[in-house]
Design a binder for this molecule. Structure first.
Ligand code: C5P
Ligand code: C5P
Ligand code: C5P
Length: 454
């Protein structure tokens, strides 16, 4: 059954590829609109790489969301082909008004069901075929499927960068992502091996690398340089050198002790062997691009993805350092402040500029470290003048019990003149600040209904 569904999605992507090819051959500039996170940026990257290899032209814009003003601008453009990556499925009606052809490569569950399927549009979304767009394929993967018939297996690694960015690979690679992985391993452009999943192994001193390992999170080490150093000192492991420089006995001891804290710390790691050292590990690559996205330097992230690295790598590296520091400080903040607990959810609020950028990430890490109660979904609220930006995160355990934050935030935000959506495990919304409290109470009720219904 799954295979049949996957086949249908691949067929749809082939149809999108035919359309893309037709426009490249006609020398049309391909208009790409994509999302501002690691997945969206790498999705645009995959598309641009393939178009460039076909000697085509593109024009990319990276946006946080497909808001009305963004759509209004795009609707005035005269391009012959528009490609929407990591967005678009929720806006089929306005997109259908575009004069040119359209490809949507989106993995979100919210699909504009009122829309008549427009003739000029090829819609590549796993949810249309009963496939899971939260864990089995990301937007960069859908971009890859769209250009897959052109046979650029060297892009498989970049296609997985987005999947890592969207946290799809924490418990192994499944579904469509696996098909992409096999393309890569078969061609030698992606390598998998069992190893410790420590971040920045060849870049940072070990105690920092451990403290900056967010995925998986390690209790009393992640986000805590002091804690990390103490842990290593107790074991007699040199903490000031890089992991790659440790003696084999030290590596073995470290592995044994880390597994005791979190067994997920050891497992498959994925790399792009042809890449420069800094980008070789796919998880590290996705963090670097995410740091660009979170700091609104999308051009820097996209340049890295398309191989234009003079200057961009250095800039991204600085952004990454700040981004990591924000997360580390944020973890300290959550440890101190905790969350405010309602009947079925818990929430954290901030108006702090730096913290706002990492609230979603902080809640995922907080849940994993159990600083926040994993039995209740976390809603984060970041005030921006008259509105609040919301991120929701929960656990697989709760989604299996019926929680769907995507639909909860979509429904609750609509009741207060806001917008929202996303996945069952991770979602977001925007609502007027004055409605914040009522919104939270409604989300609390909706989650209760979801839990009771299943
Ligand atoms: O915009 P988009 O769908 O791409 O973002 C997905 C979000 O869901 C990311 O922020 C990602 O980190 C989060 N996520 C998560 N846990 C999962 C899957 C996704 O926090 N298991
Ligand atoms: O959820 P969100 O998009 O904000 O996540 C942003 C980044 O944080 C992603 O690159 C994701 O891999 C990372 N992250 C992590 N560990 C977590 C939660 C998020 O590494 N537990
Ligand atoms: O912003 P954040 O990383 O928390 O978003 C998590 C998920 O919610 C993403 O998939 C994003 O596309 C979705 N989202 C949405 N509508 C919003 C905000 C976020 O569908 N207004």
């Amino acid at each position: 059954m799954i295979q049949k569904q996957q086949h249908s999605l691949l067929n749809k992507a082939e149809e999108a590829c035919d359309l893309l090819r037709k426009h490249i051959e006609s020398d049309h500039v391909v208009r790409i609109i994509s999302h501002n996170d690691a997945d969206g940026i790498s999705a645009a990257g995959v598309m641009c790489n393939a178009i460039a290899r076909q000697e085509g032209k593109f024009h990319v814009t990276i946006v946080p969301r497909l808001k009305d003003d963004v759509l209004a601008k795009i609707l005035k453009e005269k391009y012959k082909l528009f490609v929407f990556c990591d967005m678009g499925s929720a806006s089929l009606t306005p997109i259908g008004r575009l004069k040119g052809d359209v490809i949507i490569a989106d993995h979100h569950q919210t699909i504009d069901s009122k829309a008549e399927p427009p003739e000029n549009l090829v819609h590549v979304n796993p949810h249309l075929y009963g496939l899971d767009g939260t864990s089995d394929v990301s937007a960069s993967g859908l971009s890859y499927l769209t250009v897959r018939p052109m046979d650029y297996k060297e892009l498989a690694g970049l296609a997985l960068v987005g999947a890592f960015g969207d946290m799809q690979c924490s418990n192994g690679i499944e579904g469509i992502n696996k098909i992409i992985l096999e393309d890569g391993t078969g061609a030698g452009t992606v390598e998998v091996r069992d190893d410790l999943k420590i971040a920045y192994k060849a870049q940072e001193p070990l105690y920092k690398a451990l403290a900056y390992t967010f995925n998986p999170a390690i209790k009393e080490i992640t986000g805590d340089e002091e804690g990390s150093r103490t842990f290593l000192e107790k074991l007699g492991i040199s903490y000031g050198i890089k992991f790659t420089e440790l003696a084999n006995e030290e590596k073995d001891l470290l592995k044994e002790e880390l597994i005791r804290i979190n067994p997920n710390i050891f497992g498959s790691t994925y790399s792009i062997p042809q890449e420069i050292p800094q980008l070789r590990n796919i998880e590290d690559y996705s963090k670097l691009i995410d740091a660009c996205g979170k700091n609104k330097k999308h051009g820097v992230g996209l340049s890295i993805c398309i191989g234009d690295r003079d200057g961009s790598l250095k800039e991204a590296d600085l952004l990454l350092k700040t981004y990591r520091d924000n997360i580390v400080q944020g973890i300290g903040w959550i440890k101190k402040e905790g969350s405010i607990v309602l009947r079925n959810i818990q929430y954290i609020y901030t108006a702090d500029k730096k913290r706002k950028k990492v609230m979603g990430t902080l809640s995922s890490i907080g849940l994993e470290l159990e600083i926040l109660d994993p039995e209740k979904p976390v809603i984060t609220l970041s005030r921006m003048d008259n509105i609040v930006k919301i991120s929701g995160r929960t656990t697989k355990n709760l989604t299996e019990k019926g929680v769907n934050l995507g639909s909860a935030l979509e429904d609750a935000s609509k009741s207060f003149g806001g917008t929202g959506g996303g996945h069952n495990i991770a979602a977001g919304a925007v609502v007027p600040y004055r409605n914040m409290e009522n919104f939270l109470n409604l989300v609390d009720d909706v989650v209760e209904t979801q839990l009771k219904a299943s």
